[in-house]
Design a protein around this ligand. Structure first.
Ligand code: 5GP
Length: 174
């Protein structure tokens, strides 16, 4: 494959770092006695790793994988569970850690299946939100940044599996 296309920065690495630290403190304040993070692969891996680094005290984590955009920038709205959790959620304070909420279909599906597993509380943290794209009214308690309708990459987010390694978030140029 050739060189990846240039990416125009939307959110610089230092801005992301500062905001993720604030989010970690906010979540920790709400659950001082322990919490269980459920990260959605693959896009949330970098957000999760920075988030937990800013949390002291008891925290456990687990991963799930769902199908989203297969390749490209459009979604069918169909969501499939590709990898399930390793541990139960019964009685735990669970926070879903997701990269971005766009139409809201993925998170609605995820919240429904996780709520059915009996957590004590269930909340959601998303690094990014694109409210103008929402098709369903989904509740997200912790939002890092609200952005306009751009297809963004970097900091875990991909375009055709590229750009996840960028330490910042940007828009792919043409
Ligand atoms: P939703 O179900 O809310 O429409 O979409 C959620 C999923 O679509 C996200 O977890 C992410 O995988 C993908 N997605 C939505 N918007 C973007 C975007 O701007 N860039 C990338 N790379 N993925 C996106």
């Amino acid at each position: 494959m050739g060189d990846p296309r240039p990416v125009e920065t939307l959110l610089a690495a230092d801005r992301i770092e500062a905001r993720v630290a604030e989010m970690a403190a906010e979540i920790r304040r709400d659950f001082p006695d322990g919490l269980h993070l459920v990260a959605v692969l693959k896009g949330a891996f970098m957000f999760l790793s920075d988030l937990v680094r800013h949390m002291d005290g008891p925290v456990s984590l687990d991963f799930m994988a769902l199908s989203s955009y297969a390749k490209g920038t459009t979604t069918s709205g169909e969501v499939r569970l590709l990898k399930d959790l390793d541990t139960t959620l019964d009685g735990k304070n669970v926070v879903i850690v997701e990269d971005i909420v766009d139409t809201g279909l993925t998170l609605t599906y995820l919240q429904d299946i996780l709520r059915a597993r009996g957590p004590k509380t269930l909340r959601t943290a998303c690094l990014l939100s694109k409210p103008s794209r929402r098709l369903v009214d989904v509740k997200v308690e912790y939002i890092g940044f609200t952005i306009d309708d751009h297809f963004v990459v970097g900091y875990g987010l991909d375009y055709a599996e590229q750009y996840r390694n960028l330490p910042y978030i940007g828009v792919v140029g043409s």
